[in-house]
Design a binder for this molecule. Structure first.
Ligand code: NDP
Ligand code: 8X3
Length: 250
């Protein structure tokens, strides 16, 4: 069994690669930080005695995506699971104060990157006659919150695309699942606040957020249902978070 995971150098993607490896999958790990990929690959191989393929590219760059996918050796092409996870939030501003570079980065990664990956992997799955695409959306794709405007819009796009892909891929025996987490403590907030670790820590202060492992186990669970079962959509929240704007802090 083979799983291709984007954003496998940190957070949810990294934890998911670990869970799939632990369960005997060979994994294709993707990300921009080459050294992290190499280090993680060595860890997975030695810990779980599985095979690992590293793909070092930027999901925003269509040429790089095509080159990376075309480089996948024939015996790695029986891909059972594609996890479209690479993504980010950049900034937290009103629309009138928004930074247009941040907007481009979020739209290019969260929407276009997911599309480029899917456009290149879906035909391989169609040829194989099987496959499962799991998209990481967000609670921000189900509702909006103050200053979240463009990030929320990209995740609403992921929500729409997951529904649309499910229709298009239905005749090809390809499952599509969207997993929409609330707060997960990863490098997400550090990236959102441009490296400001103190501000990032405050996001999770006084509450227990989800861990990347919580999401990884959920991804593995949806991917390991029987052939006739598809989980369309999951919202998974920390117990102390009711929605994007309501949570309990100590
Ligand atoms: P992290 O910042 O910890 O991980 C993000 C991953 O995405 C990294 O591996 C990074 O790798 C990769 N990535 C980012 N940009 C690119 C790019 N242009 N090309 C290739 N890879 C890229 O964050 P999370 O694990 O939290 O985020 C994973 C997903 O989960 C995102 O889609 C996020 O929106 C979503 N999410 C997160 C939540 C949270 O609270 N943390 C809640 C709901 C959804 P590298 O930099 O090496 O390329
Ligand atoms: C990431 C979590 O709180 O920004 O999708 O919606 S949040």
């Amino acid at each position: 069994m083979i799983a291709l995971i984007t954003g496998a150098t940190a957070g949810i993607g990294k934890a998911t690669a670990e869970v799939f490896a632990k369960n005997g999958y060979n994994v294709i790990i993707a990300g921009r930080r080459k050294e992290r990929l190499a280090e993680f690959s060595a860890h997975l191989k030695s810990t779980y005695s599985i095979d690992v393929l590293e793909l070092n590219f930027d999901v925003r760059n269509l040429i790089e995506v095509e080159k990376a996918i075309n480089s996948i050796p024939e015996d790695w092409k029986k891909i059972n699971v594609l996890l479209n996870n690479a993504g980010l939030a950049a900034g937290l501003n009103t629309i009138q104060d928004g930074n247009t570079d941040d907007w481009e980065r979020m739209i290019d990664t969260n929407v276009k990157g997911l599309l480029y990956m899917t456009r290149n992997i879906a035909p391989i799955m169609i040829k194989n006659g099987f496959g499962h695409i799991v998209n990481i959306g967000s609670i921000a794709g189900k509702e909006v919150y103050a200053n979240g405007n463009v990030y929320c819009a990209t995740k609403h796009a992921v929500d729409a695309l997951s529904k649309a892909m499910r229709i298009d891929l239905l005749p090809h025996n390809i499952k599509v699942t969207a997993i929409n987490p609330g707060m997960v403590e990863t490098e997400f907030s550090i990236v959102r606040f441009n490296g400001d670790e103190e501000r990032a820590k405050n996001v999770y202060k006084g509450l227990q957020p989800l861990s990347p492992e919580d999401i990884a186990e959920t991804v593995f669970w949806v991917a390991s249902r029987p052939a006739h079962v598809n989980i369309n959509d999951i919202i998974i929240m920390p117990t102390v978070q009711a929605n994007s704007t309501t949570s309990i802090r100590k």
